[in-house]
Design a protein around this ligand. Structure first.
Ligand code: PLP
Length: 412
């Protein structure tokens, strides 16, 4: 039984600690960045800058260096012929994909910008920056609930097959942001077999956490592109990924993979947009990782650094809510960057405010939903990677007190 007076006393004690802790954005801790430091010195001589007969210090190779194509094709489990290696941000490549569809259409279709209405499906909770792109373009967002096996596919199939204004869906298929859910094989096959009413409908498959396992035995995600080909839908998927949370966020390398037709269509426009990407950074990454095994080995080092943080956060949550399981539930992901916590309905905003007042910054409540509106006011995204284990424990203890106060005020 919760006692509100005791909770307020605990809260006052936390406030007296004058905390300043940040669990708001999923960024690596400095120790994780240090694991990639050597990459910055691996192109010391002119000879180092050559690969596949190309001098990476000059223009050329619009779609990336062949060695990077091979590496990223392995990482994303796609064909290295149909991949574009871009600049430093996969989000930028997603934005550009929408921008191309908006201005020029998809494979000769009507530019989306000339249509009366364009809609996207948004599995919720989801990634705020996906939603922000839609908002900027005036694309109407429709929520689809996440389930433990991925988005609610009955809803997705029904909507996509009946409404030609629905042009896309955002997916983070492995260790989703924020739920940490990996889509089941059946979900991936149902995606591949969609029968969209719009011929230019595309699945925006943001595989941002494709090799971000916390444990040796990682979740397995079925390869969407080959499932699409098997289902007779080769052009349905746009696949994105990057090394942002593998090497350096903001200074990593991003990639976009799809069918041959989609890649050619994109290339035509990209060739007017740029003379070529930063090949030196691509080469630095190739030299540093060598191959997918090198990347996996590197990610095991990250896992060793952040697994204790995830485990500490979950241990505190289990302990703090053992006396009132109705006040909160959370996911216990096996990879990725987040823990998604749901309070009882109507409590997240109040808990967020209380935590902020006591010096703990969380991702804004509502950010995980289109238009920043969580219809049940319950989702809180915890980003455990940046703080130390001790800071994290304190922050989650305080957050738990805040959630319990909010729960008591509303329900007790
Ligand atoms: N996609 C997802 C799901 C993310 O969580 C993030 C970063 O948090 C990104 C994309 C950003 O990737 P990039 O730095 O390659 O733009």
């Amino acid at each position: 039984m919760l006692n509100i007076n005791e909770l307020w006393e605990k809260y006052a004690a936390f406030k007296a600690m004058d905390l300043s802790l940040n669990m708001s954005r999923g960024v690596p801790a400095p120790e994780q960045l240090a694991v990639s430091q050597e990459m910055l010195t691996n192109l010391a001589t002119a000879k180092d800058c050559r690969t596949d007969g190309i001098d990476c210090r000059s223009y050329g190779l619009l779609t990336g260096i062949p060695a990077a194509k091979r590496l990223f094709a392995e990482m994303l489990n796609v064909n290295s012929d149909n991949i574009i290696i871009g600049g430093n941000s996969s989000l930028n490549m997603m934005y550009d994909a929408i921008s191309r569809a908006w201005c020029f259409g998809v494979l000769g279709g009507t530019p989306w910008g000339r249509l009366d209405e364009v809609k996207f499906l948004c599995p919720v909770p989801g990634y705020d920056r996906h939603f922000a792109i839609c908002e900027l373009f005036g694309i109407k967002m429709i929520n689809v609930d996440m389930t433990p096996t991925g988005p609610d596919m009955d809803a997705v199939e029904k909507l996509v097959s009946s409404d030609p204004a629905i042009k896309g869906i955002w997916c983070v298929p492995k260790y989703s942001n924020p739920d940490g859910t990996t889509y089941s094989d059946e979900t991936v096959r149902r995606f591949a077999a969609l029968k969209p009413a719009a011929p230019d409908f595309r699945i925006f498959w943001d595989d941002a956490y494709c090799i971000h396992d916390l444990y040796d035995e990682g979740d397995k995600l079925l390869d969407l592109q080959s499932e699409c080909e098997k289902a007779g839908n080769p052009d349905l998927a746009y696949i994105f990924g990057s090394t942002s949370k593998i090497s350096f966020p903001g200074s990593g390398v991003a990639a976009f993979a799809s069918s041959e037709r989609n890649i050619k269509d994109a290339e035509r426009i990209i060739s007017r947009q740029t003379i070529g990407p930063d090949k030196l950074n691509q080469l630095r990454h190739v030299r540093f990782f060598r191959d997918i095994e090198g990347m996996r080995e590197h990610m095991r080092k990250h896992a060793a650094l952040i697994r204790p943080k995830f485990e500490a956060a979950i241990e505190v949550l289990r302990r703090e809510f053992s006396d009132c399981p109705e006040a909160a539930s959370w996911n216990e992901p096996r990879g990725g960057y987040f823990i998604s916590l749901n309070t009882a309905d109507g409590c997240a905003g109040r808990a967020f405010d209380l935590a902020s007042e006591a010096g703990v910054k969380l991702t804004n409540v509502g950010a995980t939903f289109p238009y920043r509106k969580d219809p049940r006011d319950r989702n809180i995204r915890i980003a455990p990677t940046y703080p130390s284990v001790e800071e994290l424990r304190t922050a989650i203890e305080l957050l738990s007190v805040c959630i319990k106060i909010a729960y008591c005020e509303k329900y007790c």
